[in-house]
Design a protein around this ligand. Sequence first.
Ligand SMILES: N[C@@H](CCC(=O)N[C@@H](CS)C(=O)NCC(=O)O)C(=O)O
Length: 216
Amino acid sequence: MTITITAFERSPDGGKGLARDTRVRWALEEVGQAYQVRLVSFQALKERAHLELHPFGQIPTYEEGDLALFETGAIVFHIAERGEGLLPRDANARARAITWMFAALNSVEPSILDLVTVKILERDKPWSAQRLPLVEQRIRDRLAQLSKRLGDAEWLDGAFSAGDLMMVSVLLRLRASGILDEHANLAAYVARGEARPAYKRAFEAQLAINAAKPTG
Ligand SMILES: N[C@@H](CCC(=O)N[C@@H](CS)C(=O)NCC(=O)O)C(=O)O
């Protein structure tokens, strides 16, 4: 059955791979599943046809026959469950990999998104300069915990899993801030994720869409 995902017609990051279709593409590439992409403009995101697929008017979405999904956590989990290689067969190891997916989305990503909010969306607010160090400290505290848990391991829990895919995707957004490099093991962990052939294919595919387009 054909799988169709949605992505920005023109990603605000100009192809750095930070838009969330990249993590869905990566999961599909890891399991060797072909897919199509429907590009959506910012205006179309908020129109009825797209809102029927995604109640919050965002990308990515995932369609497969009469199944339509939104939220990258749910989409990557679905891909991982149907395919091979992203979730261990052993029931306990599988549950732990799923735990890391939730941890990436619920315990690590929120403060990283706050950083983007305070630096970009709220930068002209009078309290923005005061808020920034608080947000950065929250990220540093969480990264210190994550770094300690990862230690010298290659991946978070044994073999590479959907939990690593999600954690690397979330941490990638931090690279420009320099905060990621404060923990050599986390920086190397993210680099290992990016070095995976499946990630490279996903990255190149989104870049091919965005690189050719002038911004503004
Ligand atoms: N929690 C959602 C977040 C989706 C999201 O924020 N998508 C962004 C692109 S990465 C978007 O569509 N932004 C446009 C908007 O919100 O209007 C997920 O993980 O899928």
